[in-house]
Design a protein around this ligand. Structure first.
Ligand code: MG
Length: 456
């Protein structure tokens, strides 16, 4: 089996026409088609990137050459496409998107029949087909068909509305600002919110693959325009999506932008009130706020490795209905067990309507943590031994080695020390109830790591 890789943590990504070329994408299409098998039906769509239509044609060539039928959607968010796979009982799908990466990138995510991205084992199978030229090209009589699949975005909106109380939300006349990142987040969410009786102001809502408004990654520091717009128009809430609208970052009526842990914790608290003892799934990189919220609500917390596919698959395996990541991904399995920006927006509005509290008030109820980050350089070949050595030093503490080494201290502070999957560095994420303590944690563990590294 080949050790060469196509897939990273979230699908295939690369610089357009440099790393990711049309001829490569045809071959990826054929490898995916071979993996699924002749006669299978796959949905296909893309985000706003300028290279989307070009790569869609290449994927269609490869898939139909291997005998798969393509149900073409065109512009759609990743969660809308994932929903279409389930709704139409298709065998899988392909999304052409580089998610939160800059405009010069594009990528390919492969979706399995359950609507979740393919597992790492399945990706290895596709890589094996691709690199070892095991592509199956069918005879001319068996070439797949390309059909249009209209109405996907409407079906997705209808499905989301079934999980909230539209009358209650409408009765509050919320005003919401949507920052669509000039991509597919602008296709469904503003209309959905209007149908839920909200007044909607949009920014960066025209489809433009050069992403003129802001970069596709919704980070608090790049959402200044959203924050100012919310304050200027007197809105109740703002929401910003990434390039394929699975991630959503929110700001309250005062223009304060929050990382995803805080809004996820709002959803958890309310969910546990209505579903006592429920299981909540989150990666070890999440804030202790998530642990506190689940414990306070008497839920059961399940930690996973970092990565959205792992969260989705753990939810499915554990029969858990709610999951989330700090980068703005809430997974609500009664709708679908994947990150879904529009679903998350509707859930938050439903909670605001239900509790009659503003987002500011809901977040002010939470314990506050200060976060500090650090990193040290570490050659790839020393990562494993460094991680093992640091674990030996701290194993008497409350510690988890699900992904890197995470230590929880009795005063509520915590640190995650984790090797980067893409760079020769170790990252440190500390949090504590005061900022001084958080920086001291990063400092002391940076020193510890350097000391160990110098002996290796
Ligand atoms: Mg994304």
């Amino acid at each position: 089996m080949s050790t060469r890789k196509l897939f990273g943590t979230n699908g295939i990504r690369g610089l357009v026409n440099v790393e990711l070329t049309p001829e490569m994408v045809i071959k990826v299409g054929a490898a995916v088609g071979t993996f699924f098998g002749k006669g299978k039906n796959l949905v296909l769509g893309f985000d706003a990137r300028t290279s989307g239509p070009m790569f869609a044609k290449a994927v269609i060539s490869g898939l139909t050459a291997s005998g798969c039928n393509v149900y073409f959607v065109g512009l759609a968010s990743t969660p809308a496409l994932q929903f279409a796979v389930k709704k139409h009982q298709l065998d899988g799908g392909i999304i052409i998107s580089a998610s939160h990466n800059p405009p010069e990138y594009n990528g390919i995510k492969v979706i399995w029949s359950d609507g979740i991205e393919t597992s790492h084992e399945q990706e290895t199978e596709i890589e094996n087909i691709y690199f070892n030229n095991k592509l199956v090209y069918v005879p001319w009589t068996q070439i797949g068909q390309k059909r249009e699949l209209p109405g996907v975005n409407d079906e997705y909106k209808v499905a989301i509305k079934a999980h909230v109380d539209p009358q209650k939300i409408a009765s509050k006349h919320f005003h919401v600002v949507v920052d669509a990142a000039n991509s597919v987040g602008g296709i469904t969410c503003p209309v959905l919110l209007r149908e839920l009786g909200c007044k909607v102001t949009t920014i960066n809502a025209n489809i433009d693959g050069t992403f003129p408004g802001r970069l596709p990654e919704p980070r608090p520091e790049s959402l200044g325009v959203l924050s100012k717009t919310v304050v200027a128009v007197g809105a109740d809430m703002g929401v910003a999506f990434d390039g394929d609208a699975d991630r959503s970052i929110f700001c309250d009526g005062q223009g304060t932008i929050y990382w995803g842990d805080k809004t996820f914790a709002v959803v958890i608290k309310q969910y546990l009130l209505k579903n006592p003892g429920a299981k909540i799934v989150t990666p070890v990189s999440s804030s202790t706020l998530i642990k506190d919220t689940v414990e306070a609500g008497r839920g059961e917390l399940i930690w996973t490795k970092v990565g959205s596919v792992t969260v989705s698959q753990t939810m499915k395996a554990e029969n858990a209905n709610l999951g989330g990541e700090e980068n703005g991904g809430v997974f609500y399995r009664p709708h679908q067990a994947v990150r879904d920006g529009a679903m998350t927006t509707a859930l938050l509005l439903n909670i605001m309507a239900d509790t009659e509290k503003s987002l500011t008030e809901l977040i002010a109820e939470q314990p506050q943590y200060f976060i500090e980050k650090g990193k040290i350089e570490c050659p790839d070949n020393k990562k494993e031994i460094l991680q093992q050595k640091i674990y030996e030093q701290v194993k008497t503490e409350h510690v988890s080695t699900i992904d890197g080494v995470k230590i929880w201290f009795s005063d509520g502070s915590a640190i995650l020390i984790r090797p980067s999957g893409t760079e020769p560095v170790f990252r440190l994420y500390a949090e504590a109830k005061d900022s001084d303590k958080a920086s001291k944690l990063v400092e002391s563990y940076t020193t510890k790591l350097k000391e160990i590294l110098s002996t290796l």
